[in-house]
Ligand binder design. Structure first.
Ligand SMILES: [Zn+2]
Length: 214
């Protein structure tokens, strides 16, 4: 145990940022994941083309539309093959993401802090934002937190959850004043009181690390 307190700020740009300024990149921005997602899109288009070619018309029941297939889908061997290709791509992507989460959470825990501070996740609230929803889903915040929680338990690290209303992003980590007009798009935190200029997420992680529960 180092007696250190680590704050973890989960984000969209990077997956997480810790006290010592170490950031863990968003795996979905890595070269390999991007490449695989491109391949996946291409293969999915191929599948839908195959499907379209096998449709002769539509049958309407109530307000729903059902396609009429020229050949039953079970008999279309190339279509079934293509479905398998896509399934495997999905699995490969899922594996990369899972491995990365395990690597990251293990690495954080292995720095042997005495406590880890994280915000309570308001994933439901975040999911209401359409642009964020997809990114959050892919980053698996819940799973990240679950892993941190059980690994903390395993190594005897205290895990502190900070309520969502705690202004970890809006507070200056240097003088403690609160910047009320901080926007989500402000990537750099500039304090008007003490003049501190700091990366927004890093500032948040510092505040989390120094959090004192009332
Ligand atoms: Zn300040």
């Amino acid at each position: 145990m180092t007696g250190k307190s680590i704050g973890i700020d989960l984000g969209i740009k990077d997956l997480a940022i810790c006290l010592d300024g170490k950031t863990y990149q968003n795996i979905n921005k890595s070269h390999e994941v991007r490449r695989l997602e491109k391949v996946l899109k291409r293969e999915q288009r191929k599948l839908s083309r195959m499907l379209k070619q096998n449709i002769s018309g539509y049958r309407t029941v109530g307000d729903k539309r059902f396609p009429l297939y020229i050949r039953p889908l079970q008999e279309c061997r190339n279509f079934q093959k293509q479905k398998k290709v896509i399934k495997l791509l999905h699995r490969r992507l899922a594996n990369i993401r899972d491995n990365y989460l395990h690597q990251t959470t293990t690495e954080i825990v292995k720095t042997k802090p005495s406590r880890i501070v994280m915000e309570t996740l308001n994933v439901k609230g975040m999911m209401k934002n359409k642009h964020l929803a997809k990114a959050i889903q892919k980053q698996k915040f819940y799973e990240f937190k679950r892993q941190i929680a059980y690994k903390c338990q395993k190594y005897g690290i205290e895990l502190v959850e900070v309520p969502t209303f705690y202004p970890s992003s809006k507070t200056c980590s240097c003088c403690g004043c609160i910047k009320k007009d901080l926007k989500l798009s402000d990537r750099v935190y500039k304090c008007s009181q003490c003049g501190l200029v700091i990366d927004r997420d890093f500032n948040a992680s510092l505040n989390l690390a120094n959090y004192q529960s009332a």
